[in-house]
Design a protein around this ligand. Structure first.
Ligand code: SIN
Length: 315
């Protein structure tokens, strides 16, 4: 095995390895823990949890697409109290590093969730998933509205104080992602998760009806990787000091390396784990070997490397 220092940081949270689960694709890691040690990867980013238990949207709520997957789960989950009672102890027992993802329908719900996390030991960071409809404003998705995005992050920051790093998870479905990113960083985000799924739709040509009960859903998988790489590259260029947890269609160490040199400090893997539950450790090992083959002695040296290469016109 090649000796490359894979450690990384997101805000003031330190991780010995750079590959994480992607929120929503592995719940709290119970199923994946049958296949590999959860403490051997960077950490588990749990499914976005809300205040109350939710059944999610009606089925069908997943559809395969070429090079991707469309989902509209509707944030199914146990609610924060049951999550804290059952999932956190499980992850602590497995010695996993934990990033808790939270989601809300109102600015106040996010703050309430942050309040519940205050003082819970063993959590490395909070991911604030703002890709949810704002019930107070005509269902407009928080992450698509610069002002609403800022208010959510500001509320969480005020509630949690300096206790935990905040990672704001942004949607690529906006015209100016850098503008949204700057706003949430000014409001108190220490790091950014880029990108959430891309809004898409599949129509079943046999039934001539939308495939998902919710009609539209979030597209993930290799189809969206170039969008994620573009988003990471643009945001890192504008905010080079802000760590990015990159995600979107990563299926190999090469894909993870592409996100690292675009500017990501860590990479989450989601859809690939559905096809291969060992995808995360495999990708982490491939990334280590690729870093060594490219002459890097640490992951940190490679972060944002693509920005340092001058490409002259006409080449
Ligand atoms: C869902 O549960 O519908 C997915 C939520 C998300 O993409 O953030």
């Amino acid at each position: 095995m090649s000796s490359v220092d894979l450690s990384t940081t997101l805000g003031n949270a330190w991780f010995p390895a750079p590959i994480f689960t992607a929120s929503g694709c592995a719940s709290s890691g119970r199923e994946l823990s049958q296949f590999f040690e959860l403490h051997s990867i960077g950490g588990v980013v749990t499914k976005s949890v809300m205040s109350k238990a939710r059944h999610g949207r009606p089925t069908p709520r997943m559809a395969e697409t070429p090079s991707g997957m469309l989902n509209s789960i509707g944030l199914q989950g146990p609610g924060i109290d049951a999550f804290l009672e059952k999932d956190i102890p499980f992850l602590l027992e497995k010695k996993a590093r934990i990033i808790v993802s939270i989601a809300g329908e109102t600015v106040e719900e996010y703050s309430t969730l942050a309040r519940k996390l205050r003082g819970v030991s063993g959590i490395s960071a909070i991911e604030v998933n703002i890709s949810c409809p704002n019930v107070e404003n005509r269902g407009l998705v928080f992450a698509c509205d610069p002002e609403a995005s800022r208010r959510v992050i500001d509320g969480v920051r005020r509630t949690i104080g300096g206790e935990l790093p905040i990672i704001a998870k942004l949607s690529p479905d906006v015209t100016d992602l850098v503008h949204i990113a700057k706003g949430v960083v000014e409001a108190g985000a220490d790091a950014l998760a880029l990108i959430n799924t891309v809004l898409g739709m599949v129509i079943n040509v046999e039934t001539m009806r939308p495939q998902l009960a919710n009609k539209t859903g979030g597209l993930s998988g290799p189809a969206i990787r170039p969008i994620a790489v573009r988003a990471i590259y643009q945001v890192h260029a504008a905010l080079p000091k802000v760590p990015i947890l990159g995600m979107g269609g990563v299926a190999s160490g090469r894909d993870a390396f592409e996100m690292i040199i675009a500017g990501a400090s860590g990479v989450s893997v989601g859809t690939a784990s559905f096809g291969n539950p060992n995808a995360i450790p495999v990708i982490q090992n491939e990334l280590r070997d690729l870093l060594a083959a490219k002459g890097f002695s640490s992951l940190r040296e490679a972060i944002g490397y693509a920005h340092r290469i001058e490409v002259s016109d006409g080449e």
